[in-house]
Design a protein around this ligand. Structure first.
Ligand SMILES: Cc1ncc(COP(=O)(O)O)c(C=O)c1O
Length: 395
């Protein structure tokens, strides 16, 4: 493993306004919880990227800014190198976030009371955004068997055949179950969408977090007929822990779909992106690859650490083996009977702040999502707290 970067360093994030640490009293009514919830890492960006940002800040003028040619060049190179995906800068629309882009797509491609398919358990803003826009959310719930998740294609076909269904949104890789869908699975989803006149939104925000032995396939890498029916959303916000910069890249190959998306984006009153966000995106994709590769090794180490720890100390907690993402999906069904007991275990006894499975839908009340993108010492502290709580709880 390379050791240029120090991921073991504990950085105090309190009093920076970050929601992970600083919103505990407001959101949880207490501040003694170790936060391992929201998808936000506790690592600093490397100097290579920070130097570019410092230099831009030193210029002192931050007026309206558009992405320039070099922005699209850098994006194209990253996609070509890491995912063998060839895109054109013209296909890209910059938005202030992916959830924002999902809302745009919903409004651009569906009407009020149309149906939108998602695959629960899934990142809960999918359902919220669909319902907040007065569309009907339909779940093609993932099948869980022996700790593994797969797609129920018969159910999906039935839901896509409904003439009211106009859009499907996938999390690829999948948050929270950690699946990195295979090319075959993605082709099958794409074919079913195409055959039934349903557009596909592929949220690929977690695509840089792939564990060894798995391969990420971008929807843009599929045959043209599928790529032409798809919106692909990506950003540096997970990869480089830069959600606060508020810049995402929404890639739409199909001219009509892109025009409809941009019309909606304009209707929302959005035009220029954050100047520092654009600079950070360019710098991260230009200078950040070595840091990311080391980070992936560190996260793989955290995953190994957690797997061994729970096997040896809390074997009743079952890890859903992830193929990607730094968000792990833990099954507590051998310890608790309902979500009230789970809350008591995690919050009151373990003093941990995780994401309760129930918010993700899809029969997940006895699950919790834990974020392992932190120094190993923090992860150990979380697992020690969990071990003590489980021992007390099951005594
Ligand atoms: C699957 C998925 N999509 C989107 C987001 C958030 O994207 P944004 O902050 O750009 O709206 C997250 C954040 O955790 C996520 O997990």
């Amino acid at each position: 493993m390379g050791n240029k970067y120090n991921f073991d360093q504990i950085i105090d994030r309190r009093n920076t306004g970050c929601i992970k640490y600083d919103s505990a009293s407001k959101r949880m009514g207490r501040d003694d919880l170790l936060p391992m919830w929201v998808a936000d890492m506790d690592f600093s960006l490397p100097d290579e990227i920070l130097d570019v940002l410092h230099s831009r800040i030193s210029h002192g003028i931050f007026g309206y800014t558009d992405p320039d040619d070099s922005y699209f060049e850098v994006l194209k190179n990253w996609f070509a190198k890491r995912y063998n995906t060839h895109l054109s800068g013209d296909w890209v629309t910059v938005t202030p976030g992916i959830v924002y882009a999902i809302a745009c797509a919903i409004k651009a491609y569906t009407d009020i009371s149309d149906k939108v398919v998602i695959q629960e358990p899934v990142y809960y803003p999918f359902r919220e955004t669909i319902e907040d826009n007065d569309r009907v959310c339909v779940s093609n719930t993932l099948i869980q068997k022996n700790g593994k998740y797969s797609i129920d294609f018969d159910d999906l076909e039935e839901k896509l055949k409904d003439p009211k269904t106009k859009l499907m949104i996938i999390s690829s890789p999948h948050n929270p179950v950690g699946r990195v869908f295979t090319r075959e699975e993605l082709e099958k989803i794409s074919l079913l969408c195409l055959e039934n006149g349903v557009k596909l939104f592929s949220d690929e925000i977690h695509c840089d977090f792939i564990y060894k032995g798995n391969k990420f396939t971008s929807l843009l890498a599929l045959e043209d007929k599928y790529a032409e029916n798809t919106v692909v959303a990506t950003s540096i916000s997970k990869t480089f822990n830069a959600a606060g910069f508020q810049v995402s890249n929404i890639i739409i190959k199909n001219n009509q779909m892109r025009a409809a998306f941009r019309k909606q984006n304009g209707a929302n009153g959005y035009s220029q992106a954050s100047v520092i966000g654009l600079e950070a995106t360019k710098a991260a994709y230009t200078y950040g690859e070595e840091w990311l590769d080391e980070l992936l090794e560190y996260l793989e180490g955290n995953l190994d650490f957690l797997r061994t720890y729970i096997k040896e100390n809390i074997p009743k907690v079952k890890l859903t083996e992830p193929e990607g993402t730094y968000l792990l999906w833990l099954d507590f069904s051998e310890i608790v009977e309902d979500k009230k007991q789970l809350k008591e275990l995690i919050i009151n006894r373990a003093r941990l702040w995780l994401d309760a499975g129930s918010i993700f839908g899809g029969n997940s009340e006895l699950f919790e999502r834990i974020n392992i993108a932190c120094p190993r010492q923090t992860l150990k502290e979380a697992l020690d707290r969990l071990k003590t709580a489980v021992e007390e709880f099951t005594r």
